[in-house]
Write a protein that binds this ligand. Structure first.
Ligand code: 2F8
Ligand code: CA
Length: 136
């Protein structure tokens, strides 16, 4: 099955915007099966690319505090910079509604777009993998 044509290039990485909703962990497993992870977001430019391509639908990203002591981390092992990330949350988020919101999606077409939601909810999702040059 040809899925590779679905990967979009942006500044040295390829991104896959899924067509099928999955729980956060199933989404991450899908990404790993494609040599990728749920996406990290580390710049305003990247955040802008992601929310614009998401075009208003919520998509899981690779930010979670599941299995940690309540600390957010990127599942692709990019260090999470809390101070540089506050600008991406929807005002009032993360609110950990019902004490059960440990995964994050891009919810709005805005730089302020992140919401924490239950990891068991099914959403579309975005995988990211680095572009690797190959030499003959
Ligand atoms: O009002 C913000 C609030 O909206 C929803 O709950 C009613 C979201 N829930 C889901 O997306 C599952 C909350 O996470 C969000 O904080
Ligand atoms: Ca929330």
């Amino acid at each position: 099955q040809m899925v590779s044509q679905d990967w979009k290039h942006f500044r040295g990485n390829f991104y896959y915007f899924s067509h099928t909703p999955k729980t956060w962990y199933s989404a991450q497993q899908f990404c790993v099966s494609r040599s990728s992870h749920l996406t990290s977001v580390t710049s305003e430019g990247e955040q802008e690319f992601l929310y614009k391509t998401a075009s208003g639908f919520p998509y899981w990203i690779g930010l979670t505090k599941a299995g940690s002591e309540g600390n957010w981390y990127w599942v692709d092992e990019t260090p999470f910079n809390k101070d540089r990330s506050v600008r991406f949350w929807i005002p009032g988020e993360p609110n950990n509604m019902g004490n059960n919101e440990h995964c994050v999606n891009i919810k709005l077409p805005s730089l302020l777009s992140w919401n924490d939601a239950s990891c068991d909810n099914k959403f579309l999702f975005i995988c990211k993998r680095p572009y690797v040059h190959s030499e003959p």
